[in-house]
Structures are given as C-alpha cells and as structure tokens.
Design a protein around this ligand. Structure first.
Ligand SMILES: *[C@@H]1O[C@H](CO)[C@@H](O)[C@H](O)[C@H]1NC(C)=O
Length: 201
C-alpha cells in the first residue's frame, strides 16, 4: 500500500470517527430542544462542538462515545426521544427526579451496554416497552414513582430470571394486577411489587 493509500485510509477512518461522535451530540441536542430547562443545566450542551464529551452531565469513554448521562433532580420537563438510542454505548442513563413525561421509547432497547436505567420519580406514562428485554447487560432498572401502566413485559422479567437485572423497581405506578407482597421471581428482586401476570402479557 502506497503512502497516498495510507493517507486516504486514515482520512476515512477519522471522518467516520467524527461522523459517529457528531451523531451522538446531535441526538443529545435534539433531546435538549424538546426539554424545558428552567435551571439551565443544559447550557453547556453546545452542538457546534466536535463531540458532546465536554458537556456537563455527559461522560464519554476513551473513544469519545457517550457512556453516561447524569441529570438527576435537574428540574427538567419534556419527553424522552427515540434518537437517544443513537447513543449506542450508553451505560448509565440517570434522569430521575425530574418532570419527564410521555412514554418510554421502545428504541431504548438498543442500549446494549446499558447498566442502569434511572427513570424514577418522573411523569412517564404508558407501558414498559417489551424491547427493554433486549437490555442484556442492565443491572438496575428503577422506574418507580411514575404513571406507567399495563403489565410488566415477560421479556423484562426474563432479564431478572436469566439476565443481569438485579433491581427492578416498578412501585408507585399504575400497573395492572394484584400487588404482590414479596418476591415473585424467587431471585434477589425486592422491589417488584406488582403481580407481573407472567404469560398473559
Ligand atoms: C422502590 O420504589 C418505592 C417507591 O418509589 C420506594 O419507596 C422504595 O424504597 C424503592 N425500593 C428500593 C429497594 O429502592
């Protein structure tokens, strides 16, 4: 391979890297445009920067890909958007204690690296998407104190039984079914408090 070829290959590699970094910043910026932010906690989210890694409340890995969003108790209102699923290396998505409303986008099931989904104490409504059952590495899913309804998808319960999900808190929502005192799965899940209606979802 000649020198020119190497230069061209490097250029393409760099271009791909830049494109992927920007797509993560674009997704976060798109979300920002949908949010009310009375305390201006998202002021540093400047979409003209190279990538979102210097933004407050955002953490990247060494490849400049976002792995954390920490926006607990930040006074935010507005929806979650499907484009957040473009943050393919997301591990910790912590937006508890806000006024986040609307439904949980099914696309968030694309977060293959996710460890913790902290959505508790918001105004989220509608069902838990069955696609969240694709979150094979998730260990904590705290959905308590929202307005979620329907039944808990068997796909999500299977994460407790066969996957890595250690804590699934769905208390204080509008789920159907009897309140189940104790642990319906027999595993270390102390916080499933609704009858999941296994098999009927
Ligand atoms: C689960 O959520 C409920 C309601 O918000 C809360 O009272 C309880 O402490 C939570 N359980 C755990 C183990 O965090």
């Amino acid at each position: 391979m000649g020198f020119k070829m190497v230069v061209v290959a490097l250029f393409i590699a760099v271009a791909i890297r830049i494109a992927s970094s920007n797509s993560e910043g674009d997704a976060l910026n798109e979300w920002k445009t949908k949010l009310m932010d009375p305390h201006e906690v998202l002021q540093s989210w400047d979409p003209t920067l190279f990538n979102p890694c210097t933004w407050y409340h955002v953490t990247c890995n060494s490849d400049n890909s976002v792995i954390r969003v920490d926006l607990g108790n930040a006074g935010l209102s507005g929806p979650l958007i499907p484009q957040l699923s473009h943050l393919v290396n997301m591990q910790y998505f912590m937006v508890f204690g806000n006024e986040i409303s609307g439904t949980i986008p099914g696309e968030l099931g694309n977060w293959k690296m996710l460890v913790s989904l902290g959505l508790q104490q918001n105004q989220l409504s509608g069902p838990i998407p069955a696609s969240l059952g694709q979150l094979k590495s998730v260990r904590f899913m705290t959905l308590n104190s929202n307005k979620l309804s329907g039944t808990i998808p068997i796909e999500v319960l299977e994460l407790v039984l066969w996957g890595n999900l250690q804590t699934l808190n769905v208390s204080d929502n509008f789920f159907q079914g009897r309140v189940h005192a104790g642990d319906p799965t027999g595993y270390a899940v102390t916080t499933i408090t609704q009858d999941p209606k296994i098999g009927s979802a």
